[in-house]
Design a protein around this ligand. Structure first.
Ligand code: 16G
Length: 245
């Protein structure tokens, strides 16, 4: 790392200069993705600056997502994500979307079972007060990369045994001919709160896309009400537009 001479190089705070040389080292490939950063103590000694200054520069790069601290093992250069380009015109499932890209889907379950419908669920799914709903809360992971947190509510009528959903909800609904054929989706921006950010492996407050999907059977019955948080640094939603006549 070209850290000697930081003291002399131009004006401005030292930690900014260090941050810049680390950033350049990452961008030029001198520090490769997955590489461990030398210990802060060594960096400080080598560049002849204080550990506080090193810490400040590293903190900045961790906050910006270029470096990640792994407890007990050090600080590493983050592998940049190829962003997922997700079409907004087809009603596909997460599992299908990832399979098309050659990625394997895995879930970390947050919640899976039958529950008494909440007022929100009764209204969205059009259910009576004593109805049951299947709830599937999942951290959705593709090739070991956490991409989204999804919380789906499905009327128990369409999914009486939620434990049967191993990977794909839509594949399970397909078996009972309850796979939705139409959906309405709303996307808005939000910052991730601490617990969600931790699950997605991004810094607290990171940008995310909050998505609500209500999907329907051909008969017009609502099948699914899903609220999701998609990583803002990993997803582009793409829609095709045409001139209406
Ligand atoms: C997508 C849908 C979600 C649906 C899931 C089914 C969005 C924002 N969400 O992730 O509503 O429940 O697919 O996926 O597109 P699965 O069949 O793999 O469980």
């Amino acid at each position: 790392l070209p850290l000697d001479g930081l003291q002399g190089a131009g004006a401005g705070p030292l930690y900014l200069k260090l941050r810049q040389s680390l950033e350049e080292a990452i961008q030029s490939g001198r520090l490769n993705h997955g590489d461990a950063l030398p210990p802060e103590r060594d960096l400080a000694e080598y560049a002849n600056i204080s550990r506080v200054t090193v810490r400040k520069a590293v903190d900045d790069l961790v906050r910006d997502g270029l470096l990640v601290r792994r407890h007990g093992s050090g600080t590493f250069v983050v592998k940049p994500l190829a962003r997922v380009q997700q079409s907004l015109s087809r009603l596909t499932s997460f599992t299908e979307d990832m399979a098309r890209r050659g990625l394997t889907t895995r879930a970390q379950w947050i919640e899976r079972g039958l529950f008494a419908a909440s007022p929100d669920e009764m209204m969205t799914l059009g259910l009576p007060a004593d109805a049951l709903v299947a709830r599937l809360g999942r951290l959705r992971i593709a090739d070991d990369m956490p991409l989204a947190i999804e919380r789906a509510s499905i009327s128990a009528e369409f999914l009486p045994d939620p434990m049967r959903v191993a990977t794909s909800l839509y594949a399970e609904l397909d078996k009972t001919r309850a796979r939705p054929v139409r959906a309405v989706q709303r996307i808005s921006a939000c910052g991730l709160r601490d617990s969600d950010a931790a699950m997605l492996g991004v810094p607290s407050g990171s940008a995310s896309l909050s998505i609500e999907r209500i999907s329907y059977l051909a008969s017009g019955r609502v099948v699914e009400f899903t609220r999701s948080l998609y990583r803002g640094d990993a997803y582009d939603f793409v829609a095709e537009l045409s001139l209406s006549d």
